[in-house]
Write a protein that binds this ligand. Structure first.
Ligand SMILES: *Cc1c(COP(=O)(O)O)cnc(C)c1O
Length: 417
């Protein structure tokens, strides 16, 4: 989080005091850095100058329109997984021919809309989906461009809940079946086979699973070529990890350099990737306020106004996220080993376990690295309005990109009997 630092004893984002943001917009509050998002995105493409390529931002990581629009202007493609995400990226100015559509459960309505919009390609995750896309395209008098999402059966060495590339996962077409599904695909009247793709998991901090998956995919590409099935693109998916604590993931440029090397025998093939987390995670933070501290026996709680409804990663994935006090810690402070907990009526509503902190009622805390899978997974559980989102657009400029939800928003669409 290179834009966060202490100055005169207080935490600042760029030249903006965290306390000023909290005062102006209230808490809990998501804050993102446009500069960080831009830098992370460009790092993917900068090493691919001699390679046709498309970096498709995985929308589910953070789907705020302002972020999508920022990325669209930088030339991004988009990896979507639902009709809602399709409408979002179109609204944000995405070029339809830069959209790839992933997801295991595409409905007829979703397929129709995507064909009407003219997306680049469907990432097909099952045989049944392939036939459904062919049927829908036939009815519409269209040809659907498809890629098969192959499950390369490699261990991504990440948390099981975010691992997707093993045989037992629900995602993709098994490696053993891939060739036969490709043969079927080329025989269908309203299908055009354009690519192959894989996505083996998220928060990968080593290079080797990516390269193993690439080898597996390229072995298939060679077999397809031998059968005269020629692909236009290879999509290596997303999944590059970020530093939450002390992880040292490879850089996006190293990953792209290595994947590009693997493509040397195929100079004309377009390289696609689908990064989400690595573009937005460390661009974002969540500002929260301590409502109470509570000391009972040996247990110390910092009870904050943000909960698992605002940021579910710790509760869902046992994720560790850095928590910084707004007031710079001094050696002389009295501190406790706190569990930082939210207002939600669940014992799992803990944002951080066992953090040595010196905090008092009404102090501010900042949860770092909250830009990915933060707001996009937020809910209204316990009838909590979702937080506002603010973008830092320059060193001392910021702008609301989503208003805090109102109380009326909580029951929008509901009626009495
Ligand atoms: C979630 C997802 C991504 C993005 O993963 P990150 O770990 O956020 O980079 C890319 N492709 C597919 C198919 C996904 O489901």
């Amino acid at each position: 989080m290179d834009f966060l630092h202490y100055q005169n004893g207080h935490l600042f984002a760029n030249k903006i005091a965290i306390s000023d943001l909290a005062q102006q917009y209230g808490t809990p509050l998501y804050v993102y850095s446009a500069a960080h998002i831009t830098k992370q995105f460009l790092e993917y493409s900068q090493v691919l100058v001699n390679r046709k390529h498309l970096v498709c931002y995985a929308v589910k990581a953070n789907s705020n329109l302002a972020i999508l629009n920022l990325l669209a202007k930088l030339g991004a493609g988009f990896d979507i997984v639902s009709l809602g995400e399709l409408e979002r990226v179109l609204k944000a100015g995405a070029e339809p021919n830069k959209i790839v559509f992933s997801g295991v459960a595409k409905s007829v309505i979703e397929i129709e809309r995507a064909l009407r919009a003219g997306i680049k390609c469907f990432n097909v995750e099952s045989e049944a989906e392939l036939y459904r896309i062919n049927d829908v395209a036939k009815q519409m008098g269209k040809i659907a461009a498809i890629s098969l999402r192959i499950n390369p059966d490699v261990d991504a060495k990440t948390h099981p809940y975010i691992s997707t590339g093993l045989r037992e996962n629900k995602f993709g077409i098994s490696y053993q079946l891939a060739l036969s599904v490709y043969r079927q695909a080329v025989s269908l009247t309203n299908i055009k086979v354009v690519g192959i793709d894989c996505h083996i998991g998220s928060q990968l901090t080593e290079l080797s699973p990516f390269l193993d998956a690439a080898d597996r995919v390229l072995a298939l590409v060679a077999k397809l070529k031998a059968e005269n099935i020629h692909l236009e693109h290879i999509d290596f998916g997303g999944g590059l990890g970020v530093c939450y604590a002390d992880e040292q993931p490879p850089s996006a440029s190293l990953l792209m350099t290595e994947l590009n090397k693997k493509l040397l025998p195929y100079p004309d093939i377009e390289l696609l990737c689908e990064p989400g987390r690595s573009i937005v995670a460390n661009a974002g933070l969540l500002i929260c306020k301590v409502e109470y501290t509570k000391h009972q026996d040996d247990n110390h709680f910092a009870i904050i106004d943000a909960g698992m409804n605002d940021l579910i990663r710790p509760a869902l994935y046992q994720a560790w996220m850095r928590v910084l006090p707004e007031k710079e810690p001094q050696n002389t402070d009295e501190s406790y080993n706190y569990n930082v907990v939210g207002p939600i009526c669940e014992s799992s509503d803990v944002l951080a376990y066992q953090r040595q902190l010196s905090v008092q009622q009404d102090d501010l805390l900042v949860v770092c690295s909250a830009g990915a899978y933060g707001f996009s997974m937020a809910s209204n559980y316990n009838s909590q309005p979702r937080p506002a989102e603010v973008m830092l657009v320059a060193d001392n400029q910021h702008q609301v990109i989503r208003q805090r939800e109102s109380i009326e928003d909580l029951w929008r669409g509901e009626t009495f009997l």
